[in-house]
Design a protein around this ligand. Structure first.
Ligand code: HEC
Ligand code: HEC
Ligand code: HEC
Ligand code: HEC
Ligand code: HEC
Length: 406
């Protein structure tokens, strides 16, 4: 009986299913859910966290991540020296190099507001990326990370540190500055005492002993030269600066005005200058041959050099004609200085480094003349062939040459 009932019920149910009519229309969407807790929507923390009420979709758009031109900036940035160069790998497994060479070490330095450099060792690291200059998640926009003053340590005795304060350029100079912990000082002895080259040590008996072939505080001296500082200033000469310095002083020119000019320049389907490529010089022929063109889009800004440059980019011939009395003269002076330094046995022509080591120190008397060697490296490393501050560059060279010829 029980079994029969079960069977009948089963048939009834089957019958019901078989007789079911068409499905009704879908119900209404439910009410929008509550916003998640401030800054915790993502459920994870990315680099320096998320700003309260940050809307991810302002920048990250499903299917097409180009809002705020992110993907476009990324393409440009692929061409930047930061990405193309290999020096970033120096930041791996190194406590002292991570700060400026990899994003991870940079984040550590940023947390201390750049007062000292990174101290941790990073096994895995990445090139300086979007999150070095920007802090989009913590700030919710694309302003740059550091806009207040940054200290640039001096490596000339008696000269105070430079407080560099030129708007968005401050972010660039968090890395493009001397190294706080440069090994230079520890390997240089003035009259037997560890220290920096000194313009006042002019007596015949004053000596400087250099025990490193790297007689310089590191490569990024652009902030210094832009401000007309950082070179070895021999006493008795004047050191004027170019108009670029006047503008930087009044915060009317930034690194980005020249280095991130728009529009971007495209050669062989690759961005070679302008925008986030950070580049000015480029090759019109291919993407890897020597530079023969200059992107002057930034130079042509209103009130700057508009009448001299008729196109956004000019050939180096036109550019060097414009700079005939400047860049050409500077290059000649640099060549003369190199010849003199090599002849004195202070500079190794093959390596382009000081002819010195811990076992074979270079001793120079009177000590102050070593300033010529210091200036040679300073001007080589500023990277613009004087363009950043032509007058200061030439003045340093003139003084160095005159002192070496004495
Ligand atoms: C102000 C713009 C902005 C906002 C708003 C924003 N992001 Fe980002 N986010 C970026 C940028 C820029 C990058 C780096 C993009 C790249 O590398 O191509 C990035 C990268 C990321 C990455 C790493 C992806 C990768 O490719 O490495 C994650 C994950 C991420 N964001 C999550 C979020 C989340 C979650 C939110 C919301 C809580 C959010 N973002 C809001 C700008 C933003
Ligand atoms: C995280 C530190 C860091 C920041 C911030 C930074 N740079 Fe750099 N920059 C470097 C390093 C390191 C290199 C060398 C890369 C290489 O050769 O592999 C470099 C290289 C460059 C180069 C190419 C130099 C060459 O010899 O090819 C340019 C141009 C440049 N930076 C401009 C800028 C500008 C402009 C800014 C600011 C908008 C900036 N950088 C911010 C670390 C930084
Ligand atoms: C204060 C930031 C900073 C620190 C710390 C730092 N660097 Fe650099 N380094 C830079 C910048 C900026 C450049 C690129 C300068 C340029 O191209 O004008 C650079 C360039 C270089 C280059 C490329 C030079 C060239 O012309 O090819 C090498 C190699 C290098 N650094 C090695 C190191 C090593 C090794 C350490 C650690 C012992 C170190 N750096 C620490 C900022 C730094
Ligand atoms: C070397 C430093 C540096 C790096 C790295 C960098 N930016 Fe920028 N970016 C800047 C500067 C400087 C500005 C102009 C900011 C200003 O004027 O306040 C800027 C502006 C922007 C803007 C605003 C629009 C514009 O172009 O003016 C966006 C979007 C942007 N960056 C995205 C990115 C993304 C995405 C990445 C990574 C692929 C990135 N940036 C990497 C320096 C950098
Ligand atoms: C007045 C315009 C101007 C300003 C401002 C400026 N630069 Fe330059 N910079 C140049 C020019 C021009 C060159 C030479 C470009 C070339 O030969 O490719 C150059 C070269 C460089 C180089 C070497 C590039 C290479 O490819 O070898 C670096 C690195 C650099 N600048 C960084 C900076 C930084 C960092 C700042 C801000 C502190 C800055 N510059 C400010 C115009 C400028």
């Amino acid at each position: 009986m029980k079994n029969l009932l079960t069977v009948l019920t089963a048939f009834a149910l089957l019958g019901l299913v078989a007789c079911e009519g068409p499905a009704g229309p879908a119900g209404k969407d439910g009410a929008t859910g509550k916003d998640g807790a401030a800054g915790k929507d993502a459920g994870f923390v990315y680099f320096d966290g998320f700003k309260t009420d940050l809307k991810c979709a302002t920048c990250h758009v499903p299917d097409n991540d180009t809002a705020l031109f992110m993907a476009a900036r990324g393409n440009e940035y692929e061409s930047a020296g930061h990405m193309e160069g290999t020096a970033w790998a120096r930041g791996l497994n190194s406590t002292t190099c991570a700060s400026c060479h990899i994003t991870e070490g940079y984040m550590e330095m940023a947390k201390g507001n750049f007062a000292s450099q990174a101290t941790k060792t990073y096994q895995n690291g990445t090139q300086p990326g979007c999150f070095t200059c920007h802090s989009p998640h913590a700030k919710g926009d694309f302003s740059v990370r550091k806009t207040d003053a940054i200290n640039v340590k001096s490596f000339v005795a008696g000269v105070p540190d430079l407080s560099f304060n030129v708007g968005t350029s401050n972010t660039c100079v968090t890395c493009h500055r001397t190294r706080e912990t440069s090994p230079m000082t520890a390997s240089v002895f003035v009259n037997g005492v560890s220290g920096n080259p000194d313009p006042t040590k002019t007596a015949a008996t004053d000596s400087i002993e250099i025990k490193t072939n790297r007689f310089y505080p590191h490569y990024g001296v652009q902030g210094q030269i832009l401000m007309g500082k950082g070179g070895f200033e021999f006493a008795g000469y004047t050191y004027p600066s170019s108009f670029h310095t006047t503008m930087a002083g009044s915060k009317t020119i930034d690194c980005q005005d020249c280095h991130m000019a728009t529009p971007v320049v495209v050669v062989a389907n690759k961005i070679v200058a302008g925008g986030h490529s950070l580049k000015i010089g480029y090759s019109s022929v291919s993407t890897d041959s020597a530079n023969n063109m200059v992107n002057v889009a930034g130079c042509r800004a209103s009130g700057c050099h508009p009448s001299s440059f008729t196109a956004n980019t000019v050939t180096s011939t036109v550019f060097s004609q414009f700079k005939q009395s400047g860049q050409k003269a500077l290059q000649d002076s640099m060549a003369s200085l190199k010849t003199l330094l090599v002849a004195k046995g202070w500079l190794d022509a093959a390596t382009d480094l000081a002819k010195a080591s811990s076992t074979k120190p270079l001793v120079i008397k009177p000590a102050y003349k070593a300033g010529a060697l210091f200036n040679y490296f300073f001007l080589e490393h500023e990277g613009s062939h004087g363009m950043h501050n032509m007058q200061y560059a030439q003045a340093l060279l003139n003084a160095s040459l005159a002192e070496l010829r004495k």
